[in-house]
Design a binder for this molecule. Structure first.
Ligand SMILES: *Cc1c(COP(=O)(O)O)cnc(C)c1O
Length: 399
């Protein structure tokens, strides 16, 4: 295929660079407008019927749809090789709408044991209060997955790269075991620049847009992409439960998306360098990064993540919680302790006290999340500067 072949699909960098500029924005402003409007005026009852019936493209009420939402979701769907998408107020808002569309009381959901803390908390809440059956499996134990499937199983949930130990799920093998049961992949850490779960057989892909897709630490949003029929149901639930996004957040997310491919390439390179640096540091007992040969999923990462393993890594300090506290105080002016990730700046976090504090200490230990575990979200700074800053702070932690 040549670059001039009109049938050739554009490179992700091209799709991303033009994000947010939908053809129906006809005023030709160089940057797309923000449709900060609650509703859209209608010409006639006939038009109302045509738009609500789906026969004519148009908008009625921003909770149900808005041009800025469509511009963002269409671009992410293109990047993920999905048919359609829906954007919500947060990653958790997206998960809420997905679950309301996919399951009812008495149904069964099977999820990976290591998940973003709030994901597990939401599933447990639905189990306790609304009669959902929930079970968990170790992503490497596919015979346990197979054994856990029951006739009521409606959904399987995994993270493509898990938080915080960077486990890589073997998506094709999981899809194989599921035999048609829908697989929902939280691909927040991987982004479509590193992995496209739908190409490996996943049904729905979900992201916290608050992280890499936006990438500048100034948006709260979530997105789900997948087949048109399912997305239509999920959109209906988003509207019903009121977890819809705000047009300005979608506009900002489109702006962030334009640099996603560059940012993912950069953070993957820097994280590889920092992982090697930390691994050889005498004050660090263990480093978790799928690009390191000693990571349990190194071979799988080479197969599924050929373009890089992303910007997240974790490491253990043998001195436990006091050592972590000392490190964070020393780093504060340069690498802040911030309970988020995927900002343009490098940040550190403490899974045992933030994303996973809702688990019991025993459950955390069973997942390998110890008291000395630090999570590092690599940003866009120069790698040598980061190494110098980390070395200076680590010098004060016990060996
Ligand atoms: C942050 C995060 C979420 C939740 O998204 P919000 O936008 O904070 O609601 C879900 N999954 C992962 C992996 C995350 O990092």
């Amino acid at each position: 295929m040549s670059a001039t072949d009109p049938a050739s699909s554009p490179d992700p960098a091209t799709v991303a660079a033009r994000a947010g500029c939908a053809p129906e924005f006809t005023t030709k402003s160089s940057s797309p407008p923000v449709y900060l409007t609650t509703a859209f005026d209608l010409e006639s009852l006939e038009q109302l019927e045509a738009v609500t019936g789906g026969g004519q493209k148009g908008y009625i009420y921003t909770r149900d749809g808005n041009p800025n939402h469509d511009a963002f979701t269409n671009d992410v769907a293109t990047l993920e090789h999905a048919e359609a998408g829906a954007v919500m107020a947060s990653g958790m808002g997206a998960l809420t709408a997905i679950l309301m569309a996919m399951v009812k009381s008495g149904d069964h959901v099977i999820a990976a044991r290591v998940l973003y803390g709030r994901t597990g908390q939401l599933l447990d809440h639905l189990a306790t209060n609304f009669g959902l059956k929930v079970s968990y499996f170790d992503v490497d134990d596919l015979s346990a997955l197979k054994a856990a499937l029951i006739p009521e199983t409606r959904l399987c949930i995994v993270e493509s790269i898990s938080n915080p130990l960077l486990e890589v799920a073997d998506l094709p093998a999981i899809v194989d075991v599921l035999q048609g049961i829908p697989l929902l992949v939280d691909s927040t850490f991987a982004t479509p620049c590193l992995l496209r779960p739908i190409d490996h057989g996943a049904t729905l892909v979900w992201h916290s847009v608050s992280k890499y897709l936006n990438g500048h630490g100034d948006v709260m949003a979530g997105i789900v992409v997948g087949p048109t029929n399912l997305i239509r149901k999920i959109r209906a639930m988003s509207s019903l439960y009121g977890v819809n996004a705000n047009p300005f957040e979608s506009w900002l997310a489109s702006r962030g998306l334009r640099t996603l491919p560059l940012r993912m390439q950069r953070v993957s390179q820097t994280a590889t360098e920092i992982a090697a640096f930390l691994q050889s540091h005498p004050h660090v007992s263990r480093v978790f990064y799928p690009g390191l040969t000693d990571h349990a999923h190194f071979d799988r990462a080479r197969r599924l993540l050929p373009h890089g393993c992303g910007g997240m890594l974790a490491f253990d300090l043998p001195g436990g919680r006091p050592a972590v506290d000392m490190l964070f105080r020393r780093l504060a002016d340069v690498i802040p302790f911030s309970p988020t990730l995927a900002d343009a700046r490098t940040t550190v976090s403490y899974p045992a006290g933030t994303s996973h504090k809702f688990m019991t200490a025993a459950a955390r230990a069973a997942c390998g999340i110890g008291d000395g575990l630090v999570r590092l979200s690599i940003g866009l700074e120069d790698a040598s500067d980061l190494k110098r800053e980390l070395a200076a702070a680590l010098a004060h932690t016990p060996m």
